[in-house]
Design a protein around this ligand. Structure first.
Ligand code: ADP
Ligand code: DP6
Ligand code: CO
Length: 352
């Protein structure tokens, strides 16, 4: 059913060693229905739990990586602004990993454009690092298949492992035994079989501003200090199994119920962290109330929130305009749009 949502094609082979070149890739954000929250290995970006998401057909990120002759510092521009601080550090560390694998010392010039608000809980790190992984793998000639690209994207941002694929994708936590190399190999995303749900995610942007605590920092604090983290991670295993079954039989009410409880549970873990991390705002709760009213009116509508105040409402595509209207009425100052399942990350082209 999702042939149009094919995974990224393997990169088309190495550019000539020593030759400058560039590659451009596009990736879309994904929204987790079963959340990733917490790493068991920070360096390798290995999660405590497996997660499952839907890649969107809105908010693409486009990233161009150009190789410069000679070594030196990478430069990164995000939406036309030179990156500094944590963003530059993360992108440079990612490129360094790619260079080590490629046996290259060549520096890169990265130009990336998000159409999604950056750092607002709308998964910019997912589209951003999926696009970077595909473009960098191509230009440095890593020759990775889709699973390899997913593992690579994971190293930039965990959620990016899932944006390599279109439609629904599961990111396997992987086994907790064996060597680091084995653990790395076992943690990748792949498409999930789903009956034809014809789903929509109504995205309510109530605040497009950047979060004050990054997802990375917030999940670290949750793992380190929240007494609720362990129980949530355990119940998440059942949530994932039930979610996979609900997707297989195309049961949108079950998919929505499981997604909503898993997301609220995740927020409970961080509210119990010390100090607490709270991303949910009054406008978030207003949207949650409107979702409850829709359900009382017989509409299948279920909410999920990530590391930010913005809400995504899962519903049938046929109900999406009605759901969007109800959400718009609830938060007149917000921006509400309807998203569907979107494509996996892909290469646009490369050139000298
Ligand atoms: P979000 O909810 O947007 O995913 P995160 O806290 O997970 O928020 O990550 C936001 C960070 O991801 C940004 O501050 C930046 O460092 C990185 N990021 C976002 N977009 C890109 C991009 N296009 N290319 C590289 N890094 C990006
Ligand atoms: C709440 O993937 O942004 O959106 O791996 O540290 O970059 P890092 O974190 P990130 O975390 C996403 C958390 C989430 C849930 C999810 O997408 O599964
Ligand atoms: Co993120």
């Amino acid at each position: 059913m999702r042939s149009e949502h094919s995974a990224a094609a393997p990169s088309p082979g190495p550019p000539e060693r020593g030759a400058a070149g560039s590659a451009t890739a596009v990736a879309h954000p994904n929204i987790a229905l079963i959340k990733y929250w917490g790493k068991r290995d920070e360096g390798l970006v290995l999660p405590w739990t497996s997660s499952l998401s839907m890649t969107l057909d809105v908010f693409p990120t486009t990233t161009r990586v150009r190789l410069e002759s000679g070594s030196g510092h990478d430069t990164v521009a995000l939406n036309g602004v030179p990156a500094t601080g944590e963003t530059l550090r993360r992108v440079t560390a990612f490129l360094q990993l790619v260079r080590e694998r490629a046996g290259s010392g060549r520096r890169a010039v990265v130009e990336t454009h998000n159409t999604v608000p950056t750092g607002a809980g709308l998964a910019s790190s997912a589209s951003g690092f999926a696009a970077l992984a595909v473009a960098a793998a191509a230009v440095y000639g890593l020759g990775l298949d889709a699973g390899g690209l997913s593992r690579l994207a994971r190293r930039g941002s965990g959620s990016a492992s899932r944006s390599v694929f279109g439609g629904f994708a599961v990111w396997h936590a992987g086994a907790d035994t064996g060597t680091a190399a084995e653990a790395d190999l076992g943690s990748y995303a792949e498409p999930v079989p789903a009956a034809d749900l014809d789903p929509a995610l109504v995205v309510a942007v109530v605040d497009a501003g950047p979060k004050t605590v990054s997802s990375r920092e917030a999940m670290r604090r949750t793992v380190d200090t929240s007494p609720l983290f362990g129980p949530w991670a355990v119940s998440g295993k059942d949530d994932l199994a039930e979610m996979r079954a609900a997707l297989r039989r195309g049961d949108i009410d079950a998919v929505g119920e499981i997604a909503e409880r898993n997301a609220l549970g995740m927020h409970a873990t961080m509210l119990a962290a010390r100090p607490a991390v709270r991303y949910l705002s009054p406008a978030t709760v207003t949207v949650l109330d409107s979702v409850l009213r829709l359900r009382r009116d017989g509409i299948a509508a279920y909410a999920t929130m990530d590391a930010g105040p913005n809400v995504k409402v899962l519903c049938r595509r046929a109900d999406a305009e009605r759901v969007a209207g109800a959400v718009r009425d609830a938060v007149p100052g917000g921006t509400v749009l309807v998203a569907g399942p979107g494509p996996g990350a892909r290469l646009l082209g490369e050139g000298a």
